[in-house]
Each structure stands twice: as C-alpha cells, then as structure tokens.
Design a binder for this molecule. Sequence first.
Ligand SMILES: Nc1ncnc2c1ncn2[C@@H]1O[C@H](COP(=O)(O)OP(=O)(O)OP(=O)(O)O)[C@@H](O)[C@H]1O
Ligand SMILES: [Mg+2]
Length: 460
Amino acid sequence: MSAARILIVEDEDKLRRVIQLHLTTAGFDVDTAPSAEQALPYVNLADLIITDLRLPGITGMALIQEAQSRGSLAGIIVITAHGSVESAVEAMKLGASDFLQKPFSLDHLTTIVQKALAIHSLKVENRRLRDELDQRYRFDSIVGRSAAMREIFQTVSRVAPTRTTVLLAGESGVGKDMIARAIHQNSPRKNHPFVKINCTALPENLMESELFGYEKGAFTGASVNKPGKFEQADLGTVFLDEIGDVPGNIQVKLLRILQERQFERLGSNVTRSVDVRVIAATNVNLRAALEQGTFREDLYYRLNVVPINVPPLRERKEDIPFLAIHFVEKLAKELGSPVREISPGAMDRLVDHSWPGNVRELENTIERSIVLAGGPLLEAADIRIETPRESRAQAASAQQPLLPEGVTLEQWEQMMIREALRRANGNKSQAARILGLTRNALRYRLSQIGIEGAGVDEEE
Ligand SMILES: Nc1ncnc2c1ncn2[C@@H]1O[C@H](COP(=O)(O)OP(=O)(O)OP(=O)(O)O)[C@@H](O)[C@H]1O
Ligand SMILES: [Mg+2]
C-alpha cells in the first residue's frame, strides 16, 4: 500500500514547515500551500487535508466546501485558533472530520491523522462489502455468499414458479421461515395467502380443526362453520412448520391433501378441493422419526420432493461478515442509531463465535451491540455475545401467541379434556390423572361442557 498523501494549508510559514517535517518523517507524502488559492491544484491529489481556518484570501471554510465537492477524501482536519470552538463546530458541519486547537502537540496531530485515515479505510472496506452484498449475495432480503446459500438461492428461484412441495431442514434460526416466504413471494401465488401453521404442541383434534376446519356442531363449542387453514390458503401457499410433530392421524390427511388436494372439514362428509402449494419445515432429523416409525414414510417422500437443507451458521462462516453488515444497516436504521461501520476487531469476534442460535442469535447480538455502542463505529468491545439458552427460548416463545388463533381459553380447556379422554381411551380416571385433576373435578368439568355419561365413571 502506498503512503497516504496529505495536503497542509497553513499561512504561518514556521508552523507549516514543522508539520510538514513531522508528517514526512512519519512516512506520509506531503504537499503544502500557504493559502487556499495555492492549495487548489493539490486538492485532487490529496487523501487528507489539514487546513487552517483563518487564511488570507479564500477562507478555510470555503476550501472545505470546495474539497468536499471534489471526489473522495479520507478526511479534512481543521486547525483553529485557541478558543474558537464555534468555528470548529461549523467546519465539522461542512464536512471536516476533526479539529485541532492551537497550540497542539505534533504527536496529537499524528494520532488524529492516523485515526481519520483508519476510519476512512474502514468505511471503504465496509462499503466494498455492502456493494458486493447488494450485487451478488442477496436473494430478496436473504443474505448469503457461502456455496451452500448460493445453491439455496438457485434452488429457490428454480422451484418458486412451480407448485412443487419443498421440505426445508435445518437447526433453529438458520432462516427456514425466510426461505419459505421467499419461495412464495417469487411464485405466481404471491398475491394469494401465505398461511403458516406451527404444528408443535397442538393436540391432535385441535390441529385437525385448525388445518381442515369444522362444521357447526362438530364438537361442543363449534357454533359456526369454520374453514381451516388449507381453505384459507386456496391459490396460495401453506407453510407447515415443525412437520415432525404432526400426529399420525393428521399425517394421513396431509398425505391425501398432497396427493389429491382434497379433504373434509371436521364433522362434514362433503369433500372439498383446494389449490395449495405446500412447504414444510423441520429442525429435527425426520429420518430418525422415520426409523422410529413416528413419521410415515409415504408422507415423507411426498414432502421431500425438493429438499433444501440449510446448514448451521458455524458451517458457513463466510456468510457472517455479510450478515453483520446487513443487520447493522437494517437495525441501526430501525433503532435510529448512529452506528454505521464495523471495526475489523469486532468482525473477527463475530466470525469466531460458533452461533448455536444461528442467524437469529447473530441478529440479536448485533441489535444489542448497536444499542450499547458509543459512537458510529462498532468495536470489538461493543460486541456482547451472550447466549443463555433459557432466555433465548423465552424470547422466542414470547413472540408466539399463547393460544391458537381464534381459540378461547374455555375452548382450549375443552380440547385438552377431549384429548386426555382420547389418550386414555375414554377412561375418565386415567384422563383425570393426565390432566392433574381429581376424578370429581373432571366429572364436574365434563358435566359443564355437556359430555355424555359425565356421571358414570368406568373404573379400570
Ligand atoms: N440468510 C439470512 N439473511 C438475513 N436474515 C436472516 C437469514 N437467515 C435468518 N435470518 C433472520 O434470522 C431470524 C431467524 O430466521 P428464521 O425465523 O427464518 O429461522 P428458522 O430456521 O425458521 O428458525 P426456527 O427453526 O426457530 O423457526 C429472522 O429474523 C430472519 O430474518
Ligand atoms: Mg421458523
């Protein structure tokens, strides 16, 4: 790298020469001028300008404006008379990067020059990453430059125009949701609904009514006809998240949807048809579930038409700098923070971490660091990596609604009771144990919701 070229504009001969000597000794290429007029021919050659504000003829302020309009400078440092802070402030507003008050030490000058040059090269480097990111390493708002991510972008753009079923696999926080949405957004279905269903922790009969809807009277509390998610998603996309948690009975119905696009609402024998594209996601290894027999093989093959495996972030570290730049830009804007650049030390820390929570954890860490950072530069000390598993799980669950959409606490309780009875094969003592209730308490609840035979207690 060649030495930076510095232009010194100072009318005091002695001071100008001293600065020149000092900076030349420090290894810089130096031009000098006793006035702004004489400095003009050198402005375009300079990487950095040091200028007095009070000059004969054209003022230092005018020189700053002139220099600003001419190409890329690493910085302008102004020299002000003792006690004239106002003019220094004004100069900074015009674009000066720093100021020195007379009298100053030459070492201090060197420090300021080096700092201005360092920040500038950092900006250049960050800008290069940003440009590269914009031109090549982005698909919608999904960022990635690793071979794995680029292959995923390719698969997404090939599969999006079709109705082909896609199975996304990968650890929590790797971006499965984002990819599912990108497939929908880039498909001819994009103006129709994208309906996401989280299959975790829904009891079987509730899941059935969620997915396929129900008819009035299908169960206690079913007072109106209600279409399910598949009907809502007609002409659009259904995203089945955590597909590995779907119970066996529903697996059969999903298989039918995938094969024939047909289903019945709960409590109805009218067969309905829908035109949906199905995307499923899992963060467990579905193959293990296949071997244990908890996931149907025929359904697995129907889902796994186009598999997309999203590797954990620790296996694609080359994505980290681009993701970091992307999140700094996005989050600083959202948070109204002045942070713009990431120092090399901070970047090293981000790249070195293993990110058990994947991209979600990286995003959260950058948000926290931006909030706590002092200035426009994110430095190594600002990066606060903390991944207590507990609080991450809490943060994730805080975003989930407590009850499934449209279900009241009362309905939920009824569904739990029915589920318990189902698991206990109708044996009320056992169902009560599952629910942590006494037999009497369960009997009372059953009579409240009008389940038949509430008074009879068949003992095992
Ligand atoms: N490649 C990426 N580029 C930009 N942002 C990403 C990328 N991958 C993930 N994110 C962001 O990380 C967060 C987690 O992503 P997402 O919800 O898609 O992960 P997931 O795999 O569905 O996780 P989970 O298994 O927990 O549901 C989101 O805020 C998302 O915007
Ligand atoms: Mg997800």
